[in-house]
Write a protein that binds this ligand. Sequence first.
Ligand code: PRP
Ligand code: ZN
Length: 297
Amino acid sequence: MKPRDRLRIAMQKSGRLTEPALDLLNRCGLTFRQSRDKLFCFGEGEPVDLLLVRDDDIPGLIAQGVCDLGIVGRNVLNEFKGTAGDGAATLTEWRSLGFGRCRLSIAVPQDVAYNGPNDLSGLRIATSYPGLLGTWLREQGVVATTITLAGSVEIAPKLGTADVICDLVQSGGTLVANQLRETDVLLQSEAVLAGPDALPTDERGDMIELLLKRLDGVIQVRESRLLLLQTSRNTLDAVTRLLPGGPQPTLLPVAGQPDQLMLQALCAGEVSWRQLEEIKKAGAREMFVLPVEKMLA
Ligand code: PRP
Ligand code: ZN
């Protein structure tokens, strides 16, 4: 294959991962000229282009060297690694990206009793993930029949083509709509940046390293919150103990109120209402949770 001097990233053409993936690349300073109904988007500024494809095709395109990286669900990547032949095992999850979270689960008709994986013995299981299902069944020591379907897996029990299913669950809405109930989780999934085990040794390798650094910065900032609050000195310990993880908080005096302190803490993830209410109970007041836009340590 002819060496390329531009990096090529494969991502889903239209689906749940498309918008957040483009948004993430934009935040990393990558913008693209072509309209989105095209297969190929030329990168402006940086030498990075996009290939918009079916998500199931992404791991294969990387394995063949047609693309250098891909943004794809862990479910699709692992299914490929488990079922494809030579070369497939060399694909790696370079980063998990924190969006497109879902799980691959077994679901059974609501009115059927279920006491554990052994109850699947001898049943027909419909799925689009025969590789992942097969591995899990072997681990469980269960022998069942896998019915591989490209889509609409959730209606198979109603149609009588399968007894239970193994499918992706996000909100759970699809299961409820089809009178199914989730029983076992095989895989927790989210969007990941996939690539070959080893970086290319040419300029594309340098570009991938640069992109990974930017991604780390973007992901860190996206998940960071700045928590501001006031507390009196005697409740400081109790309040500090409840703070969500992160570096040591900064304490500032409050003018004219010597027993009061202003506390500032960088938190590594969301701060929920429940956490705020607990911290308030411990003695905090005037609490603010602020998003972080940029960070340079
Ligand atoms: C997935 C999956 C389920 C649904 C689950 O399908 O196959 O049908 O999403 O989501 P929920 O729990 O929020 O209802 P998707 O919409 O990605 O389409 P596809 O599987 O046909 O590609
Ligand atoms: Zn899909």
